[in-house]
Design a binder for this molecule. Sequence first.
Ligand code: UDP
Length: 324
Amino acid sequence: MKLLVTGGAGYVGSVVASQLVEAGHETVVLDDLSKGHANAVPEGALLVEGSLLDEGFLRETLSGGFDGVLHFAALSLVAESVEQPERYYRNNVVGTLNLLEAMVETGVRRLVFSSTAAVYGEPEEVPIPETAPTRPTNPYGSSKLAVDGLIRDVARARGLCATSLRYFNVAGASGRFGEDHEPETHLIPIVLQAAAGTRESVKIFGTDYPTRDGTAVRDYIHIEDLGRAHLLALEASEPGEHRVYNLGNGSGFSVLQVIEVARKVAGVDIRAKEAPRRTGDPPELVASSDKIKTELGWKPEKPSLEAMISDAWAWMQDHPGGYE
Ligand code: UDP
């Protein structure tokens, strides 16, 4: 297939783009490089630099006979979304609306969208099924939920074949592709920066949660497992259909467990300091991924936290300055 990957210079997008190239698909990456890195675009994929807010550019880019779009381009910092909700809605919602309109105009039928567990907010039950109530607790999650609804409605009206994948905590690295965010807010890279000595210590956000060790529990999924689900999702939906799948391991690890495993993997001590809870962080987020397992035959091949942290650590050792 000929496929467009928006946000394909970012962490998840670049890994999926590399898997698409490897599977023999003609792959074009569209990225504004505001967060992504030009040298994260895999060999064999073409980089087109531009924004989803530029409708003419989108139409022109998509007019080259594409079979589908994998849509990763988005703003994704929770705290920033609270400060700048307009920017988040413009980028994430208006950007996707432009993309959908350009797809309809140019006859591109298939779409896979990078959604998030943040649409569920504070869950009533864990593991969280796709049928759980969606009550996001920040504008980032609200903007992603709005996009899920937008895609559902446009898919139905215009006959698109669409799937939203709701990611839990993506971790690890894949070959030469890894995590390089500025600023870095995610637990595993922060812990590994502390192991590498580029950060003095890790703050543990909350030690009084109702969990086994008092720290928050998350469902970490290996980036390669997450990536493979996109290739399956691409061919799953029928015209007019919008499917939604959670993507996680189905098992939770606490902040303390992550730090402990990182100490073992890196073979060094990691300084950790107790800190207050981060606003809006639920105690436990774990996915039920039964639906994608049953319907698409997906299953995680690297479910161990140690495998994820080892791969992330190896990438960091090979790329001490990230992609620069
Ligand atoms: N966390 C932490 N210290 C940090 C960064 C994160 O204790 O420096 C915690 C955070 O409160 C959450 C978990 O680690 O419970 C995972 O956070 P992350 O930002 O990686 O992902 P999130 O679950 O928020 O999407």
